[in-house]
Design a binder for this molecule. Sequence first.
Ligand code: AMP
Ligand code: GLY
Length: 432
Amino acid sequence: MKVLVVGGGGREHALCWKIARSKRVKQVLCAPGNAGTAQVARNVNVAADDIDGLVALAQKENVGLVVVGPEDPLVLGLADRLRELKIPVFGPGAKGAQMEASKVFSKDLMERHRIPTAASRTFDRSGQAKGYLESCTVWPQVIKAEGLAAGKGVYICHDLEEARQAVDAIMEEKRHGDSGERILVEEFLEGEEASVFALIDGRTILILESVQDHKQVGEGDTGPNTGGMGVVSPLRTLSTRLHRQIEQRVLIPTVHAMRQEGIDYHGVLFVGLMMTEGGPRVIEYNVRFGDPECQALMRRMKSDIVPILLACAQGELEKADPPQWDARPCVGVVAAAGGYPGSYRKGDAIRGLEGAAAVEGVEVFHAGTKQVGEQIVTNGGRVLCITAVGASLDEARESAYRAYDAIAWEDKFCRRDIGQRRPGGQPSPAEA
Ligand code: AMP
Ligand code: GLY
């Protein structure tokens, strides 16, 4: 069978790497891919948002499964188009993708179906929003642009002045473009954050191993948010009891809600949660794997992933064997270009990749890289994700940093504290 992976980041390299190891797969195609995916798949120069081009490619190559990495093609209806052609696809249709693309849509759905989340109000005019904020007596308040904003559309406002500035930034200065046509003003939730990844085949839910991103650019969780600077799996502090709570109170009601709203969801649902005193509450839904969370999950999944993805695409997850996981922990360190998440340079030659790959337990996944002649050069803000598994978390961390140190280009940087959060800094079991 041929499998087409859509996207070109670290998440997609990890997916290609895992899928290429399947006995059932003859060839992996990646559109558009990067210099890393080219080592395990055939890159095809079709952009991830070129829906016509991707549909034509899947037909021409007669692929048996399409796995969609990022949210954009899902929002644009790629999965619907493929399903019409009876091509199995891992990823929800356009309506399901609204769970991520519109915070108003997902908030309405949660409220209608009593899924625990932060209370909120929606506004489409800045004057009304400010009027409401003037009446608020409890601070902070959280202000969010409705649409996709690359993780940057959320403002935690500690007083009215900050809140007014956030409203102006989103609605008047249009900092997030059309994504800020409407805003939500949301109750501030206190607690530890956690996220959960679950495969959903329309009905059946399969929760994946625990995994945690490090979102902020600076050590000790400081500085601006990024796409993710590092990853750890599993989380020692995430109890099975917490998992059960999340399943009962959040995942099962979410799948019910989607079915009632006519969303036939086939893919992975990534739920961001706040573990409050009153139990888990949803902060946001994403309709795709996290990046770099996916890289750690792919490293730790021992089973062939292809039958699982296919079963999920075809509504037969119940019949599939659940995945087996490597008990060893995985640490992933993102190597980024100087300046990220602000502006950064592209085109620097990357050296030492072979030496890094030779470190025991290490697999280097490419994100923003490009092959230029004989050389691999930087081509994005997050350039590589260096993953390592080890007998212990310390061992995995040591290997990952040893491999990181073997790689060189001008201005590279990473966070040195991946996997070293103080125990209280990890999602707590919320044993309440
Ligand atoms: P989001 O883009 O919705 O994931 O939000 C980005 C970050 O903002 C989250 O990871 C949380 O740290 C924070 N956040 C979002 N909504 C809330 C809320 N209602 N209460 C507290 N923190 C929040
Ligand atoms: N690493 C967080 C995300 O992919 O949204």
